[in-house]
Design a protein around this ligand. Structure first.
Ligand code: NAD
Length: 512
């Protein structure tokens, strides 16, 4: 029996004949590495080489930070009118839309994600550049006019300075677009390091920035490994802030390194996000959202709804519906527009996912579906089956750790309080969802769940206007919305006396 809906390699979906050459973008020029090092990236779905990437080191980081420092301190980027910074961001948004297909195809080839999803992400990224442009024009501080007739207070918002931006492989173009346009809108300059596995679309973004007229040094892109490139971007005293998206382990090491020079740090880290289903929920909608939540981006998603917490009265029905729908999700060739779930980023990561499943089964968990590597006809990459695991206890690794694969862990509850206790029994706190037709249940849940985002009767809807980020080990700070701009701003207080009325501290009048 064909257990799953497999999309085999499509005809006409050959890999590009020309390998993309990704180089550093430093001080407005494209450069190879001083040491001449490169690395090749193969498509995780198709197996062939798709890009050749310059591998940078200390020399490139030094040059990039020096250029960003000069652009901030001397060349006037922070002092440009917001209107002029906004004009550049708007041009970038327009160019992203123009080049959507080219960028999306490269995103798919390096990450293994489905092409239709990549296209939607590139469109979403263009929207973020446009939204950030609106913030560049409306950014302002406060005034205090009620401090007394002789005093006026001003609260100025000023850019933080030079920002290091370090991004992961799972949403390369979207995540850099959650940070860079906001930093630029605030008046900061930047050094950007994409993941070594998926750097090419960030390089394409550099091309668009140059075309849009970004002044030299305002945005620099250095390619390479976490160490030495990311570590140097974090340790250098000339950098004022590090904004990082990636694993909690690396986030902690970045916070530790940055503390030596007391840099501002913003961290978007992992999650083990629960969806809680109450008996009065619209089950059809909930089941679709559970399947979407866990398989979207092959589960390689910080917002993956990887923990299903379902009321025991409906657990059997929900589980059988989730398993049935999981079989219908189109898994396979990411270049096919029908595909919903593509390849796993690397064979090492595939093995890590499989390790969690094997360990859980060894500890007595029930495999309801999947749990194995997946062969897609005609493709040479690594895929993992849609997988559902039940019969878990909340202390098992598969129920607590971020598996980062298409693996759903199922737990049950009896009462509202028990559900909340399970939700909050976690190191992470990125997002949580509740499904119920009772608005009181949803509101009570939203207040009690320890998470940066709560979805009620929906999952993973995001908007440029709404802040995003985590609590506890899911991170520090927020992206998107007005708060996403505030991260890149310092606050300066200006206290002014009006008139010549200051009461002297030293009384100089002669004693009588
Ligand atoms: P990762 O932490 O391994 O790497 C992320 C980036 O950091 C890469 O560019 C890497 O080269 C760099 N890096 C590695 N070591 C470094 C160091 N010591 N100093 C500085 N930089 C270093 O993460 P990943 O495997 O690329 O991405 C997956 C992780 O990202 C998951 O944990 C996921 O939850 C998280 N993530 C979080 C969000 C969010 O918004 N909360 C979004 C997407 C991904």
């Amino acid at each position: 029996m064909t257990e799953f809906n497999v999309i085999a390699a499509g005809s006409g979906n050959e890999l590009p004949k020309r390998i993309f050459r990704a180089r550093h973008f430093i001080d407005g020029t494209w450069r190879s590495s001083a040491a001449g090092k490169t690395v090749e990236r193969c498509s995780p779905a198709h197996g062939g080489v798709v890009s050749r990437i310059a591998l940078g080191g200390k020399a490139e980081v030094d040059a990039a930070i020096a250029a960003a420092r000069r652009a901030f301190d001397k060349d006037g980027w922070p002092h440009l009118p917001g209107r002029e910074r906004a004009a550049i961001l708007l041009r970038v948004a327009q160019f992203i839309e123009r080049d959507r297909d080219r960028i999306a195809r490269m995103e798919t080839l390096e990450s293994g994600k489905p092409i239709s999803q990549a296209e939607a992400e590139i469109e979403g990224a263009a929207d973020l550049w446009r939204y950030a442009a609106s913030l560049a024009r409306t950014l302002h501080g406060d005034s205090h006019n009620s401090l007394g007739s002789d005093m006026l207070g001003l609260v100025l918002k000023e850019p933080v300075g030079v920002v290091s931006i370090i991004t992961p492989w799972n949403f390369p173009f979207l995540i850099v677009s959650q940070k860079l346009p906001f930093a630029l809108a605030a008046g900061c300059t930047a050094v950007v390091k994409p993941s070594e596995l998926t750097p090419s679309t960030t390089v394409m973004l550099g091309e668009l920035l140059a075309e849009a007229g970004i002044p030299p040094g305002v945005v620099n892109i250095v390619l390479g490994l976490g160490h030495p490139v990311g570590t140097a971007m974090t340790a250098d005293a000339r950098v004022n802030m590090v904004t990082f998206t990636g694993s909690t382990a690396v986030g902690k090491s970045i916070a530790a390194t940055a503390s030596a020079t007391l840099k501002k740090v913003s961290l978007e880290l992992g999650g083990k996000n629960p969806q809680v289903i109450f008996p009065d929920a619209d089950l059809e909608s909930a089941v679709d959202a559970i399947v979407f939540g866990v398989y979207f981006n092959a589960g390689e998603c910080c917002n993956s709804g990887s923990r299903l917490i379902v009321h025991e009265g409906i657990a059997e029905e929900v589980l059988s519906r989730v398993v049935a729908l999981s079989r219908k999700v189109p898994f396979g060739d990411p270049l096919d527009p029908e595909t919903r779930v593509g390849a796993i980023i690397s064979s090492a990561h595939h093995d890590k996912i499989d390790g969690y499943v094997r360990q859980a089964v060894g500890q007595g968990a029930r495999l309801e579906l999947g749990g194995q590597t997946f062969c897609v006809p005609g493709l040479d990459g690594q895929f993992y089956q849609p997988t559902v695991v039940s019969g878990l206890s909340a202390d098992m690794a598969i129920a607590r750790d971020e598996v980062f694969g298409p693996v759903l862990s199922v737990l049950n509850f009896r009462s509202f309080d028990e559900a909340i206790a399970l939700v909050n029994d976690a190191e992470y706190g990125l997002s949580a969802g509740v499904w119920s037709d009772n608005v009181h249940t949803c509101l009570d849940f939203a207040r009690k769940a320890r998470a940066g985002t709560v979805w009620t009767n929906t999952w993973m809807d995001g908007f440029a206007e709404l802040p995003f980020g985590g609590v506890r080990e899911s991170g520090l700070g927020r992206e998107l919305g007005r708060y996403g701009l505030e991260e890149f701003l310092e606050v300066k207080t200006v206290t002014m006396r009006v008139g010549h009325t200051r009461k002297p501290w030293v009384n100089v009048a002669p004693r009588t």
